[in-house]
Design a protein. Sequence first.
Length: 264
Amino acid sequence: MLVSGKIVVVTGGGSGIGRALCEAFHRAGAAKVVVADIDVTRARTVAASVDGAAFKCDVAQEKNVLHVIEETERLFGPIALFCSNAGIGTGFDPLSVNAGGTSDEPFTRSFAVHVMAHVYAARHLVPRFKAREAGYFLNTISAAGLLSQVGSPAYSTTKHAAVGFAENLAISHKADGIKVSILCPQGVDTEMLRSIPKGPQSGDGDLAPEQVAADALKGIEQETFLILPHPQVLGYMRKKTENYDRWIGGMAKIQAKLRDEFGK
């Protein structure tokens, strides 16, 4: 799909990958880029730079996601591409004393933002896309959803769930003309990455958000389901499935190294 002339929505568009996506879509000729973010001030700043529109949106709240969809279509026309991009870095503990944690909060908040936000977008856009026999979802997930995230069971678990939902979304609605892509980078130089303990997610080098956005745009144009800004992730996935026990052992060594570094 080419975004030129299309209406595009980006959640979490006020910073990081989201901001870079908004800028990339604007340069590619999108008719209107709608920037949705829980921080509406940032959303307005980005919207102003791309001749777009801004909405305050907590993607963990279904009514907020629905409001963005309804108002975008009322004001600008049918959404062609919805980028469910918002994410949070929570529950990170390099020591991983107990994978079950001490409270539900990191899991419940992560599940709301990393999984249910995608569900809400699909719930309200699939009927519209089906009626048009066209529509595109780009879900920003993470290589953590394909591999794992040492140091955050909540992040890893919910990103895996996000991959599972995106797969089902693509399978269920391929015949309806609906396209789905998942964007799964490793380390990206964003505020979120800088706010969490440095870990293996940056082992292959942190990419600039602009590079990730460029890869996303290319993937959308090619209608590729799995978009990997760090191409080496594909090799890691193959090694994981070739010998799961060996892969677990290798990840456990990374965990042990983190415990040694952060436990001093």
